[in-house]
Design a protein around this ligand. Structure first.
Ligand SMILES: O=C(O)CCC(=O)C(=O)O
Ligand SMILES: [Fe+2]
Length: 377
């Protein structure tokens, strides 16, 4: 009998089983070194694996920003006050842009400061301490990098912490750096506010999709709020690397908090990369792939990427509103019109989409092909 065998299973197998249970079941990412550590050891080093092929390198640096159009700004207090004009502006923002900023959203400046401080507190911990929250080999939860699926692919100039925040019973506290003062309270308070914002936005979008206010939210089932905390160290060759590869989000909507004074986020607009210029204390909202499928392509998820810079680290916090794993993702009847807007997407379980999403490197919108009807995948 094999040493360590108990009830027919070796310790190793038992361990793997436990890990299996612990994982989200969405996929996994190959472990790669921390970029923050790399820069700490040698600020001038940029290994070959981070240097992008020419076509992918950030161009257009130094473009006179005044000539690039700004993404729309929605006044959240008007929207939640039921102003019809603001809802129409939301419709346009979702249709034409897929990205917009919201102001007067009710998340106090003090709370934004606290959540930023909590994130900074985590990334400023020693590497040893951060590694206590490292992603398990079978998971995309935790501290590390996501979407690394081969030894050959180019890597993002980014370290991240990915946690599930809601429903609370699905939290895996081993990934939460409770040692950071205020981390848990700040995340709890911030996510409570974000939930309210998400409900209001989805309520309005539901009306715009000719459904009842609460229908779109109900289609999510038990939604999962997850947070991706991004840390982009300064880079000595910012023109040759990417902080995050071009991608669209798998969520229904994403609520992003970026830095007030360090730009980095860009979206693809009419074939060009344009910057999302930070508005102090505003939140950036973008449409994700699930809403694109539900709306039968009326509201498209938009490709975006993040750049780095020479002088300062940048952080961002993306909160993803995810449908339940068992939710059906596919066009609602109200968005199908056999003449003007025939059905363009299949209906698939969200978990099947998620597993597909996490099995590939981030590469624009290629992962969304699996949602499309005319695709053979
Ligand atoms: O850092 C940013 O501005 C973008 C991050 C992002 O797109 C993501 O985490 O999905
Ligand atoms: Fe994103």
């Amino acid at each position: 009998m094999e040493l360590g065998m108990e009830n027919g299973a070796s310790y190793k197998e038992q361990e793997e089983e436990e890990e299996e249970e612990e994982g989200l079941g969405w996929g996994k990412s190959l472990p790669v070194q921390s970029v923050q550590e790399l820069v700490r050891r040698d600020p001038s080093s940029v290994p070959e694996r981070y240097i992008r092929d020419h076509a992918e390198r950030p161009k257009d640096r130094g473009v006179v920003s005044a000539i690039t159009p700004d993404i729309p700004v929605i006044d959240f207090s008007l929207l939640s006050g039921g102003h019809e004009d603001e809802r129409k502006r939301l419709d346009l923002a979702c249709k034409e842009w897929g990205f917009f900023q919201i102001i007067n959203h009710g998340v106090e400046e003090d709370l934004l400061c606290r959540i930023r401080k909590a994130m900074g507190g985590f990334f400023n911990l020693s590497y040893e301490e951060k590694k206590k929250h490292a992603m398990a080999p079978n998971d995309v939860h935790g501290y590390g990098q996501a979407f690394v699926v081969s030894e050959e692919q180019k890597l993002d100039w980014n370290d991240l912490l990915y946690i599930i925040v809601e429903p609370t019973e699905q939290r895996r506290m081993k990934y939460w750096p409770i040692i950071v003062p205020d981390f848990k309270d700040a995340v709890d308070m911030y996510s409570t506010k974000i939930k309210r914002i998400a409900e209001e936005l989805l309520g309005n979008i539901s009306l715009l999709m000719n459904m009842k206010r609460d229908e779109l939210l109900a289609m999510h089932g038990t939604w999962k709020l997850s947070m991706r905390m991004n840390y982009y160290p300064p880079c000595s060759r910012p023109d040759d690397v990417l902080g995050v590869s071009p991608h669209s989000d798998g969520s229904s909507i994403t609520i992003l908090l970026q830095e007030d004074d360090i730009p980095g986020l860009q979206i693809k607009y009419k074939g060009e990369w344009i910057p999302v210029k930070p508005i102090p204390n505003a939140l950036v909202i973008n449409i994700g792939d699930s809403l694109e499928a539900w709306s039968n392509g009326m509201y498209e998820s938009i490709e975006h990427r993040a750049l780095t810079n020479k002088d300062s680290a940048r952080m961002s916090l993306a909160t993803f509103v995810n449908p339940d794993e068992n939710a059906d993702i596919g066009p609602v009847d109200q968005m199908i019109d056999e003449i003007h807007r025939p059905r363009m997407y299949k209906t698939i379980k969200h978990i099947d989409f998620l597993r597909h999403f996490f099995s590939k490197k981030l590469e624009g919108k290629t992962h969304t092909h699996v949602l499309k009807l005319d695709n053979k995948e």
